[in-house]
Ligand binder design. Structure first.
Ligand code: NDP
Length: 500
């Protein structure tokens, strides 16, 4: 029987997105996929909301951001439960992630006026008759595209700072964690009912993200892989939309001769294996000097053997990521690497057993490429200088860590590490310091979230001069008297000419 003809005006059925619990396969959320029209409509609503949000000023925004922070804190356990179910990480780790995000929200709201508000600057000698001022104005609507590994903390690094800077946000969560993204926007609406469209979440797939890139937002803040980052930049280039790129990492830890080996091992195991290794700033490579290598490996092995699936770490959020981890382990072993702890078979299915790899050649995928799983390569080096050279030899440059008891030596190594962030005698700590900027170099991207730089990232600098008194001798006028520029040249020679 022929199908009944659809009237031309009937909208096509919306595609549906389903997220599942990586541990059980149970459906966590079902959402319509936002198409280009839905993205355009959301950005239009956000544009209107952005005007009202900006007009509130710093105090009005701070009050509402505080209300949102309060709402998130009061519902922390429910949100953590959702993160646990949709991403797979243990509930306790989800609590830690949300706590950090709330702290960043508090900092961004508290410091926005000081960092971005109007301030006088010195006009300088040539414009001494003017007052000069600088302020950082919001961009309007900021598009945020986020990953699934820290579905609250990572997008909040952009959302909190963009909102505090006076922008509205349209957020496209990862298709693996849409329910968390939608819950964030719901909590905003519950806490700030007078301006519900200042933060909207649009579940969808890659095409939804691509539509957001083309929707004419003031800036697109992307967090994800370098491969997708390139596609996002290409799409944004069509409309000259500026971008912020928070991309992957291959972070290294240097363990120097005088390091506290037990502390370094503890930090390396946490940095590599927590969140099942799905951390952009996770430790993936360790370079340990001759003096400490064997003791460090023994300590790491002891600690890795104590890890329990389910309590220490959850399943991989994406099945495909588990395959990447297995490929890297196989490749490392085929290239001559040894298994230090864990097994050659990191398990089947989504739960990947932690694996420590020793003597892996620097050319192998396990050392070169982001693994994003619970693996750690440990390489013996002559000294910290060799460690630094190898650490810096990777195209990524997100973060890293240095372990040494000498403050001077550790800070020197930290400064010379090719990365946006480095922790000394700990791992990942910079992410918990709201005043510090977060972002990478090279394949890890550019631009900064968090801290003062993170607030400015979502603004445009606005410069204003105001003439206080006219100059007796106008220089920038067709009425300029003859000889005025000769006098100016004499003045410049007097002030600057003596410098050699
Ligand atoms: P992806 O690059 O696969 O995806 C990131 C986001 O981009 C997702 O929301 C995805 O949507 C979306 N997307 C996919 N295709 C397009 C497209 N063509 N145009 C626009 N958007 C698109 O990364 P993952 O989600 O797998 O996240 C893991 C990566 O993120 C790792 O490399 C990790 O290191 C990095 N990361 C970096 C951080 C940092 O701060 N530097 C922090 C956290 C993670 P969909 O899911 O629907 O495909």
């Amino acid at each position: 029987m022929p199908l009944a003809a659809q009237p031309d005006t009937a909208p096509p059925p919306a595609a549906t997105l389903e997220s599942t619990d990586p541990a059980t396969g149970e459906v966590v959320g079902r959402f319509p996929v936002a198409d280009a029209a839905a993205v355009g409509a959301a950005v239009d609503r956000a544009r209107t909301a952005a005007q009202a949000w900006a007009a509130l000023g710093y105090d009005g925004r701070r009050r509402r951001l505080a209300a949102w922070r309060g709402h998130l804190a009061r519902h922390l356990d429910e949100l953590a439960d959702l993160v646990h179910r949709e991403n797979g990480k243990p509930h306790e780790d989800a609590v830690l992630e949300i706590t950090l995000a709330v702290d960043h929200l508090a900092w961004a709201a508290a410091h926005a006026r000081r960092v971005l508000g109007p301030r006088r600057v010195r006009a300088g000698l040539l414009a001494a008759n003017h007052a000069a001022s600088l302020e950082y104005q919001p961009l309007g609507v900021v598009g945020v595209i986020g990953p699934w590994n820290y579905p609250v903390f990572t997008p909040m690094g952009s959302i909190a700072y963009a909102l505090a800077a006076g922008n509205a946000v349209v957020f496209k969560p990862s298709e693996h964690t849409p329910a968390v993204g939608v819950r964030l926007a719901e909590s905003w609406r519950a806490a700030v009912p007078d301006l519900p469209d200042v933060l909207q979440a649009l579940p969808g797939d890659g095409a939804t993200g691509a539509a957001l890139c083309r929707a004419g937002v003031g800036k697109l803040a992307f967090t994800g892989s370098a491969a997708t980052g390139r596609r996002v930049m290409a799409a944004c280039a069509e409309t000259l939309t500026p971008v912020l790129m928070e991309l992957g990492g291959k972070d290294a830890m240097i363990v120097d001769d005088d390091a506290d080996v037990a502390a370094a091992a503890d930090a390396a195991v946490w940095g590599a294996m927590s969140n099942a290794g799905q951390t952009c700033i996770g430790i993936e490579r360790v370079y340990a000097t001759e003096a400490v290598h064997d003791a460090f490996v023994a300590e790491v092995t002891r600690r890795v053997q104590r890890l329990e699936p389910g309590t220490s770490y959850g399943p991989m959020t994406m099945a495909a990521q588990a395959d990447v981890v297995r490929r890297h382990v196989e490749d490392a072993v085929a290239a001559g690497g040894r298994i230090g702890a864990g097994g050659t078979d990191p398990g089947t299915g989504r739960t990947v057993a932690p694996v420590v790899l020793l003597d892996v050649p620097e050319t192998s995928a396990a050392v070169r490429e982001e693994t994003f799983g619970p693996t750690l390569t440990i390489t013996r080096v002559r000294d910290a200088e060799e460690a630094l050279a190898l650490a810096n030899g990777n195209p990524h440059g997100l973060a890293g860590a240095v372990f040494s008891r000498s403050r001077r030596r550790a800070l020197d190594l930290a400064r010379r590490m090719r990365s946006g962030m480095t922790s000394v005698n700990s791992v990942l700590t910079f992410a918990a310091v709201p005043a510090l900027p977060f972002g990478g170099v090279g394949e890890s991207g550019f631009g900064r979230i968090h801290g003062e730089d993170g607030l400015r990232e979502f603004t445009r600098a606005k410069a204003i001069t105001r003439q206080r008194v006219p100059l007796p001798v106008p220089l920038m006028s067709f009425d300029r008297p003859a000889g005025a520029t000769a006098a100016l040249a004499r003045f410049v020679r007097l002030v600057h000419g003596r410098h050699r």
